[in-house]
Design a protein around this ligand. Structure first.
Ligand code: GCB
Length: 651
C-alpha cells in the first residue's frame, strides 16, 4: 500500500515551482523600497483528514479559512507544534493551513513591484494571494519570494493563504520516511509513523518573517561582493544584476563603499568593477584583532533603485595543516547549535537570539556551525557584526540510506546549496560550507553523491570558500572525505562508545586523527564531542548523565585537543550550546541533554569549563592548568570559575 500522506505530498510536487529572480537580497528599506511585516497571529488549521488532502479537495485557499471550518490562532513566526495542548498537533504530519488578511497602501500600486517573501517555512509550501496560487517552495530554512502586485487589491482587504507540509520522504532534505502498520491485530486503523534519523524534533510551520516589500520595476536583483587584500589595499570586486524591465548596460549604476562612520571610501560605476580601499579595516572574528566584525556598506544606486549591502573585507585560506583568516592562523573555539527553544520551537525570536549571542560572547566562542540547517538571516547578521565565524551547514542531515542518494536527491541537494549560497554569499562570517552532517559516507554511492554536491557547491560560490561535510564514519571506511577542504568529524568517545571510560578518549582520538591524516592530509576540526547531563544531577565518583561526568569528559578531550592543535587540529566545537528537543525515544530525556546550557540558556558547570578554556586559549594562558575538574560542581560555579581565578594568575 502506498502511504497516503506520501501521495498528498508527491501529487503536489508534480506541479511547477515558482522560479524567482537570480538574487535573494534581504529586504531592506531605502529611499526606493518599503517593507511591511505580515508577522502576527494568523488563522490556522491542520488538515486532520486521513489522507491529509481535504484542504485541496475543498479548495481551502478560495475563501478565508474561518469560512471553510474551525480555526485556531497561530503565531507567525513560530513552530506550531508546542503552542497548543494538543498532542495530535505537536506530532502532526501532513498539511497545515495558515491565512491572514492585510491591507496595502494605494501608494504601492504605482510603478512598483510588490514582493511577498517568506524567510522559512518547513518544509514544502504553497502560497496563494486572494485565492490565486503565487508560489511553491520545496525545503525549509531558506527564503522564497515572488512579485504579487498583479494579485493585490488596493481598495479592500487582501488574503494570504499558506499551506505547509512537514512530511519527510527519502528525497527531501532532511530525508525521512513514513511507515504504515497494516496489521489490524496489533495497530489501530491508519497508524503510521514519520521516521527520521536526525536527532532533533521535526518542528514545522512558518518559522521566520513573512514580509511584503516594494522595489521599483527596474530593480537591483542581486549583488555579489568578493574581497581580497593586497598590501595595504582592500580590493572589493562587485557584480550587480538588475531585474525587471531594464535594458540598462549599467551606465546609470553608481556604487560607493561607505565605512562605519558613513564616509565614502571608494566609488565606481557600472555593473561590475573593483573598488580599492586604502588601509582598510579588515573583518576579524573576535580574539584575533582589536577591531572585530568590521563591516562596510556597498551602496548601489541604479536609475530608480537604491540598496545598501553590508560586507566585510577578509580572506580565507586552507593549507595542509592550517586555516587562515586574513593570513593569520584561525583556531575555532566553537559550539554546535540548534534553533530551538520552549514554546516557539524553531520560530525566530529576537530575545532568544540576542541572549544566544550574549552567551556565545560570555563563553568566548569565536565560531559556530549552523547545525543542521541554515539559520535565520537575523542570526547570520549578528555573527557578521559581532565577529563570530560560521560553518554554514545545509539541511543535509540524516542522509543514511541508498535511497537518499539517488539522482533526485542529488538534484534537490544541489538546488538547496545554490539557494544557501545565493542567500549567504556576501557574509564575512561564513568561512566554510558544510553540505551535510553525518551521512552514510561509507556507502559506495556516497562517492558519486558527495563529489557531485561538493563540486557543485564549489562552482556556485563566487568566493570559493572551503567546502566540507561532517563525517562520523571511521576513516578506513570513509568514501567522501577525499573531496573536502577541511576534515570535520564528530566523535562521542566515552559516551556512545565505551560509556563511562574516560581513559580511552585520548588514545582513541589520537589514533583516529592520525588515521584520517593518512587518508586526507587536511586540517581537522572536531565538530562534535560531548556528553549528556541533566541539570542538577550529581554523583561522586561521576556517572553518565551527571554534571560531573559531562565536565570530566570535556576535560579529557581538551588534553587530546591541546596536543593536536600543535599540528593540524584547527578547531573544536562542543556539542551542544544548549539542550534541545528531539523526537520521543528511550535514549532521550525530554530532548538531548548535551547542552552546556540548559534549554533556557542557564549554564551547567560544563559551560564554565568551556568558558575557562576558550578564554585561556584566547589570552595565551596554559590550558593544562584547567585539566583537573573542580569540586563541588553544584554550588555557585561563578565563584571559582572566572578565567581570572582558574587560569594561571595574570601578571
Ligand atoms: C551526532 C549528531 C547530532 C546529535 C548528536 C548526539 O552525531 O550530529 O545531531 O544530536 O550526535 O547527541 O547524539
Amino acid at each position: 500500500m502506498i502511504p497516503s500522506v506520501y501521495i498528498s505530498l508527491l501529487c503536489i510536487l508534480q506541479s511547477i515551482l515558482t522560479v524567482s529572480g537570480k538574487g535573494m537580497l534581504f529586504p531592506r528599506d531605502s529611499e526606493s523600497r518599503e517593507s511591511k511585516l505580515l508577522d502576527g497571529i494568523w488563522h490556522f488549521r491542520a488538515d486532520m483528514s486521513s489522507n491529509r488532502t481535504q484542504g485541496f479537495a475543498e479548495k481551502w485557499w478560495t475563501k478565508s479559512l474561518s469560512e471553510s471550518g474551525p480555526v485556531i490562532d497561530m503565531p507567525v513566526p513560530s513552530s506550531y507544534n508546542d503552542v497548543t495542548e494538543e498532542k495530535a498537533l505537536r506530532d502532526f504530519v501532513g498539511w497545515v493551513w495558515y491565512d491572514r488578511q492585510f491591507f496595502v497602501s494605494s501608494s504601492w500600486s504605482r510603478d512598483k513591484r510588490v514582493v511577498l517573501r517568506i524567510d522559512s517555512a518547513s518544509y514544502y509550501s504553497i502560497v496563494w494571494v486572494n485565492g490565486e496560487q503565487v508560489m511553491e517552495h520545496n525545503g525549509g530554512h531558506l527564503p522564497f519570494e515572488t512579485d504579487v502586485l498583479s494579485h493585490l487589491r488596493f481598495d479592500r482587504a487582501n488574503r494570504v493563504t499558506v499551506a505547509v507540509n512537514n512530511t519527510l520522504t527519502p528525497t527531501t532534505l532532511p530525508p525521512g520516511r513514513i511507515t504504515y502498520q497494516t496489521d489490524r491485530r496489533r495497530y489501530p486503523k491508519g497508524y503510521f509513523t514519520q521516521d527520521y534519523t536526525m536527532d532533533f524534533f521535526n518542528y514545522a510551520g512558518i518559522h521566520r518573517h513573512v514580509t511584503l516589500y516594494t522595489t521599483p520595476t527596474t530593480y537591483i536583483d542581486d549583488i555579489t561582493i568578493l574581497t581580497d587584500i593586497a598590501g595595504n589595499k582592500g580590493q572589493v570586486a562587485y557584480t550587480i544584476h538588475l531585474g525587471g524591465e531594464s535594458k540598462s548596460n549599467g551606465k546609470d549604476v553608481t556604487i560607493s563603499a561607505v565605512d562605519a562612520t558613513g564616509k565614502v571610501v571608494a566609488s565606481s560605476s557600472g555593473l561590475s568593477n573593483t573598488l580599492v580601499i586604502d588601509n582598510p579595516i579588515l573583518w576579524w572574528p573576535h580574539g584575533m584583532n582589536e577591531t572585530v566584525g568590521y563591516q562596510y556598506t556597498l551602496q548601489v544606486n541604479c536609475s530608480d533603485d537604491i540598496y545598501r549591502q553590508p560586507f566585510g573585507i577578509r580572506t580565507v585560506k586552507v593549507t595542509e595543516n592550517q586555516f587562515f583568516i586574513n593570513n593569520k592562523p584561525f583556531y575555532c573555539k566553537g559550539v554546535g547549535m540548534h534553533e530551538d527553544s520552549d514554546i516557539r520551537g524553531k520560530g525566530l525570536d529576537y530575545a532568544l537570539i540576542t541572549k544566544d549571542f550574549n552567551m556565545l560572547r560570555w563563553l568566548g566562542v569565536n565560531c559556530f556551525r549552523t547545525s543542521h540547517y541554515p539559520y535565520a538571516e537575523e542570526m547570520m547578521s549578528m555573527a557578521d557584526q559581532q565577529g563570530v565565524a560560521i560553518i554554514d551547514e545545509s539541511p543535509g542531515v540524516g542522509i543514511k540510506y541508498k535511497d537518499n542518494m539517488g539522482p533526485e536527491s542529488i538534484k534537490h541537494h544541489k538546488e538547496v546549496m545554490s539557494e544557501m549560497i545565493r542567500r549567504d554569499k556576501n557574509r564575512p562570517s561564513v568561512i566554510m560550507w558544510s553540505v551535510a552532517n553525518e551521512p552514510a559516507s561509507d556507502l559506495p554511492i556516497a562517492e558519486t553523491y558527495f563529489k557531485a554536491v561538493i563540486d557543485h557547491t564549489r562552482d556556485e560560490d563566487p568566493a570559493k570558500r572551503p567546502v566540507t561535510f561532517i563525517t562520523n564514519v571511521m576513516f578506513r571506511k570513509e568514501k567522501a572525505i577525499q573531496f573536502v577542504d577541511v576534515v570535520c568529524f564528530n566523535r562521542y568517545n566515552a559516551w556512545y562508545s565505551d560509556p563511562g571510560h574516560l581513559e580511552v578518549i585520548g588514545l582513541k582520538l589520537n589514533w583516529e586523527m592520525q588515521g584520517i591524516r593518512s587518508k586526507r592530509r587536511r586540517p581537522i576540526i572536531i565538530t562534535e564531542y560531548g556528553a549528556g547531563a541533566v541539570s542538577g544531577l550529581h554523583r561522586e565518583p561521576s556517572f553518565t548523565y551527571t554534571e560531573e561526568y559531562q565536565v570530566e569528559l570535556l576535560l579529557e578531550h581538551h588534553k587530546a585537543f591541546d596536543k593536536a592543535r600543535q599540528e593540524f587540529l584547527i578547531g573544536e566545537l562542543v556539542w551542544n550550546f544548549a539542550d534541545f528537543m528531539t523526537v520521543e525515544g528511550s535514549r532521550r530525556v525530554m530532548g538531548n541533554r548535551k547542552g552546556i546550557l540548559n534549554r533556557q540558556r542557564q549554564p551547567k558547570p560544563a559551560a564554565f569549563t568551556i568558558r575557562d578554556r576558550y578564554h585561556a586559549i584566547a589570552t595565551g594562558h596554559d590550558t593544562s592548568l584547567l585539566y583537573k575538574p573542580k569540586r563541588p560542581l553544584g554550588c555557585s560555579p561563578h565563584m571559582y570559575s572566572s578565567p581570572h581565578f582558574s587560569v594561571a594568575p595574570q601578571h
